[in-house]
Each structure stands twice: as structure tokens, then as C-alpha cells.
Design a protein around this ligand. Structure first.
Ligand SMILES: O=C(O)c1ccccc1NCC(=O)[C@H](O)[C@H](O)COP(=O)(O)O
Length: 216
């Protein structure tokens, strides 16, 4: 089970969470977010992380030029497209950056959202199914109706997001069977500041072992 902790802003927290055994760390590159972190600050953090950690830049409706600048300045391994990006745009990103993993986030409002999934599959590394909120793109702390995923077979790797906490993570996984989970506000003290005790509680609930020590 992959675990992504999103919305990191502090180097020491990113390093500590990586050492706890988390597989992916997300950095919010959407300027309107309270978790926003600029690309040079992301680069300063990512260079301190173990190679095994997937580093993810979260963006919304970027131009290819903006993505180019972000990818070159932030030293990340994956981009998470969290806006209204089309399958055609994902294809363009895939063609321009074959070495960068593409995570397409879909904010699940209703069954209709899920009908678009097959159109994205050829162009993404994985999907992230997150909660829909009319005013906020992400980090809402609210789960969507997981029953919408019942009887749905998704033909590519996908991660579940939206309102997951150390308390409900096992139920979320049992009910939806994702390949990974993504959390932000469920393990936070305040936007961008993580609660390491809650990250530890999450990993304990999931039975994830801490990394061996080469990076400690
Ligand atoms: O977290 C943000 O502030 C954010 C802003 C704009 C676009 C995306 C954003 N977050 C994306 C994530 O991957 C979050 O981890 C995901 O929405 C889950 O958040 P939460 O419900 O708080 O666990």
C-alpha cells in the first residue's frame, strides 16, 4: 500500500516523514493554497530526501511552459494535475516529460466524474480520486461517497484521497481497495504543518514499517 503525505512545507518534517516509511511526499504549487511552497524551496527539500521517495509537485491547470519551469526548478519525480486538465493535456505532458510520472487527480462529484476515467488511462502513471468541493481544489479534509466506487473496476493504479485520517484509513481501504492513499489535513496541526504523531499513528494503523536507517 503506497502512502502519500501531501502539503509539506518544512524540510525537517519532510525528512522525518520519509524516514517513517512513507512512499510519496507532495508539495503544493498552487499559489492560492495555504500550503503553497515555491519551486526553489521544494528543490532544497527534495535534495535531502532518499531516492526511494516519490516527490510530487501538485499543480492546477498549468501551461506546458509553467510545468517546464517547475520541473526544472523543483527536482521532482512526479506531477499531480489537480485541476481540469483534459486527457489531451495529459498526453502532451507525457510526450514532453517521459521521465516524469503523471498523477491525474479527479475530484469525484458524482458517478459522471468516474465515467471520464478510461479517457485518462493511456496518459497517466496513476489516478488520484479526491473529494469535490465547490470552493477548494484540494486539502479539504472531507471524504467523498466511497460507495460510488463500488462495482467499479479501474484499469490502472489509483490512489484514494479526501478526508482520510489515522482513524478511518483502514475502513477507507477495506471499502475501496486502492493501490495507495493520500492524506493532508488528516495529519496536520495547521495547513502545511504536519503532526508527526498523527503520521506515526497512520503508519501504525496500516502496519507500515519505518525505513531502515541509511538516511537517518
Ligand atoms: O492541499 C491543498 O491545499 C491543495 C490545493 C490545491 C490543489 C490541491 C491541493 N491538495 C491536493 C492533495 O493531494 C491533498 O492531499 C488531497 O486533496 C487530500 O487532502 P485531505 O482531504 O486534506 O487529506
Amino acid at each position: 500500500m503506497a502512502v502519500k503525505i501531501c502539503g509539506l512545507t518544512r524540510a525537517e518534517q519532510a525528512v522525518a516523514i520519509a524516514q517513517m516509511g512513507v512512499s510519496a511526499l507532495g508539495f503544493i504549487c498552487v499559489p492560492s493554497s495555504p500550503r503553497y511552497i515555491p519551486p526553489p524551496a521544494i528543490a532544497a527539500i527534495t535534495q535531502q530526501l532518499p531516492e526511494t521517495v516519490l516527490t510530487v509537485a501538485v499543480v492546477a491547470n498549468p501551461t506546458l511552459e509553467a510545468l517546464d519551469s517547475l520541473i526544472h526548478r523543483s527536482n521532482i519525480k512526479a506531477v499531480q494535475l489537480h485541476g481540469h486538465e483534459s486527457p489531451a493535456f495529459c498526453q502532451q505532458v507525457q510526450q514532453h516529460y517521459p521521465h516524469v510520472q503523471i498523477i491525474k487527480a479527479l475530484r469525484v462529484k458524482s458517478k459522471d466524474t468516474l465515467e471520464s476515467i478510461p479517457h485518462y488511462i493511456p496518459y497517466v502513471t496513476r489516478l488520484l480520486l479526491d473529494a469535490y468541493h465547490p470552493q477548494q481544489l484540494g486539502g479539504t479534509g472531507t471524504p467523498f461517497d466511497w460507495r460510488l466506487l463500488q462495482h467499479l473496476s479501474i484499469a490502472c493504479p489509483w490512489w484514494l484521497a479526501g478526508g482520510i485520517t489515522p482513524e478511518n484509513c483502514r475502513q477507507a481501504i477495506a471499502q475501496t481497495h486502492p493501490h495507495g492513499i493520500d492524506l493532508s489535513s488528516g495529519v496536520e496541526v495547521s495547513p502545511g504543518i504536519k503532526d508527526l504523531g498523527r503520521v506515526a499513528a497512520l503508519l501504525k494503523a496500516l502496519g507500515v514499517d519505518a525505513n531502515p536507517t541509511p538516511h537517518s
